[in-house]
Ligand binder design. Structure first.
Ligand code: PLP
Length: 404
C-alpha cells in the first residue's frame, strides 16, 4: 500500500478504481502482503521447523484458505463449518487441528471421520465423549489437552484466554490428573499439550512465562508429548500501537525450551498472517458538523467491521487521495447504524475531506469480514483479492433481495 501521485494504491491498483469498479463498502486483500507475511513467519521460525496451522476463524474466505494451502500451511479450526471449509480449500486432514471449548458430539464425530491430525480437548467431559466414539469405531484417536497456564497475555482483557478466570483449557492440577487417567487408554492417545494465551500479543514476555509454566508441567508429568501446540496470538501494528511481536525473540525462547523438551511445535497464527493484508474501502455519505467535532458518516458500519465496537480496537483510516489542507477541528468517523458504539475513530488534524470521498480503513484482514453480520438488514460487503494489477471478486456482495 503506497501513495503514487497522491493516490493510494493497493499493489498496482488504486483504491479509487476499486471503489468505482466494485462499489463500497468493499473488503480488499493484497496477495503480496499475505505471501510476505507467510514467508516472513516461516523464515523467522525456520530453525524450529513448526507445523503452521492457520487460524481459520480469523479469515475463512475460501480463496484465502486456498492461497494459504498453496503456501503449505495447515489449519486450526473451531467448528464443523470451518473444518468443511478448510477441507474444501484442499488443506490436508493431517495438517488440521480442531480447537474450542464446546465441540458438539456431531462435530467430534465428523472430525474423527475426516482423520484430522488432532483434536485439542478442553475438558474431561469432552475426552469422555471422544473415548465413547472411539470405542464404537474401534479406533484410537489422537488428542491434545489444552492447558490454561494462568498467564497474563498483557493484551486487551476481552481477547485474553490464558488466565484461570477464562473459560479455556484446564488447570495445571486437572491437566496432570487427566494425563494420569487417560495415558493408558486403549482408545485415546494423548499426543499434544496445547496452549493459547490470547490474541494481539506484542511482547515476547507473556510467551516466556507461558513456556516456563509448560516446561514445569512437562517435567512434573514425565510424559513425552509428540507435539506442543503453542497457539497463535502474535500481535501486529494497529493504529497508534506501533509495536508488533518480535518473532526472533520468541523463536529464541522456543529453541532453548526445545533443548529440554523435544516435541514438534505447532503454531496457530491468524491475525499475523492476514491482519495487515486487508482493507475496508468506504465512501463518505455525509459530513455532519457538530459543536466540537465533525461526524464523518461512512457507508460502512459495525455490521461490516465490528472490532472497534466489540473490543475498542483502533484502525487507521486513511484518504484515498491526499491533499495538503489540514482541518484542526476533530473528526469522528462513524457508521450509519443506530448504535452509539457504531463508531470507528476520532482524529484531529485530518486532511480536508468531503461528501463522496473514498477512505480506507486499514488492517482489517483478520476478524473483519468473518465477524460481519446483517444487523440493520445491511447486506454483507464484497471481498476482492488484488494481485499486482489484477482484481478478482472472492465473495460477491450480498444482494438485498436474498436477505429480505
Ligand atoms: C483465535 C485463536 C487462534 C488465533 O489467534 P490470532 O491472535 O489470530 O493469532 C489460535 N488458536 C486458538 C485456539 C484460537 O482460539
Amino acid at each position: 500500500m503506497k501513495y503514487k501521485k497522491r493516490l493510494l494504491y493497493i499493489e498496482n491498483v488504486s483504491a479509487e478504481r476499486i471503489a468505482k469498479k466494485f462499489g463500497t463498502p468493499c473488503y480488499v486483500y493484497s496477495y503480496d502482503k499475505i505471501s510476505n507475511n507467510i514467508n516472513n513467519f516461516k523464515k523467522n521460525f525456520k530453525t524450529i521447523s513448526p507445523l503452521i496451522c492457520f487460524s481459520v476463524k480469523s479469515n475463512s474466505n475460501l480463496k484465502i484458505l486456498s492461497l494459504i494451502n498453496k503456501f503449505g500451511l495447515g489449519a486450526d479450526v473451531v467448528s464443523k463449518g470451518e473444518l468443511i471449509r478448510a477441507l474444501k480449500a484442499k488443506i490436508k486432514p493431517e495438517k488440521i487441528v480442531f480447537s474450542g471449548v464446546g465441540k458438539t458430539i456431531d462435530e467430534l464425530k465428523f472430525a474423527i471421520s475426516k482423520k484430522i491430525l488432532l483434536i485439542n480437548t478442553e475438558s474431561e467431559n469432552e475426552i469422555v465423549e471422544i473415548e465413547k466414539i472411539a470405542k464404537k469405531n474401534k479406533k484410537k484417536i489422537n488428542i491434545g489437552i489444552r492447558l490454561n497456564p494462568n498467564i497474563d497475555a498483557q493484551t486487551i482483557k476481552k481477547i485474553s484466554t490464558g488466565k484461570k478466570e477464562n473459560k479455556f483449557g484446564v488447570t495445571e492440577k486437572k491437566f496432570l490428573e487427566l494425563l494420569k487417567k487417560y495415558k493408558r487408554s486403549k482408545f485415546i492417545s494423548i499426543i499434544c499439550l496445547s496452549v493459547h494465551i490470547g490474541s494481539q500479543i506484542t511482547s515476547h514476555l507473556p510467551y516466556k512465562n507461558m513456556l516456563n509454566v509448560v516446561n514445569k508441567i512437562i517435567q512434573k508429568s514425565k510424559y513425552k508429548f509428540k507435539y506442543l501446540d503453542l497457539g497463535g496470538g502474535m500481535g501486529i501494528q494497529y493504529g497508534n500501537n506501533l509495536n508488533n511481536l518480535d518473532y526472533s525473540k520468541y523463536n529464541q525462547l522456543i529453541k532453548s525450551f526445545l533443548k529440554k523438551n523435544n516435541s514438534k511445535i505447532i503454531f496457530e497464527p491468524g491475525r499475523s498472517i492476514v491482519g495487515n493484508a486487508g482493507y475496508l474501502i468506504s465512501k463518505i455519505t455525509y459530513i455532519k458538523e457538530a459543536d466540537s467535532k465533525n461526524f464523518v458518516i461512512l457507508d460502512s458500519a459495525m455490521n461490516d467491521l465490528i472490532r472497534p465496537a466489540l473490543y475498542g480496537a483502533k484502525h487507521r483510516i486513511i484518504p484515498s487521495k491526499l491533499n495538503r489542507k489540514k482541518i484542526s477541528k476533530k473528526h469522528e468517523f462513524v457508521g450509519p447504524i443506530c448504535e452509539t458504539t457504531d463508531t470507528f475513530l476520532n482524529v484531529a488534524n485530518y486532511q480536508k475531506i468531503k461528501q463522496g470521498d473514498i477512505i480506507i480503513i486499514c488492517d482489517v484482514g483478520a476478524y473483519g469480514m468473518v465477524l460481519s453480520s446483517n444487523y440493520n438488514l445491511r447486506p454483507k460487503p464484497v471481498e476482492i483479492l488484488v494481485n499486482k494489477s489484477t482484481t478478482k471478486i472472492i465473495t460477491k456482495r450480498q444482494k438485498l433481495k436474498n436477505i429480505i
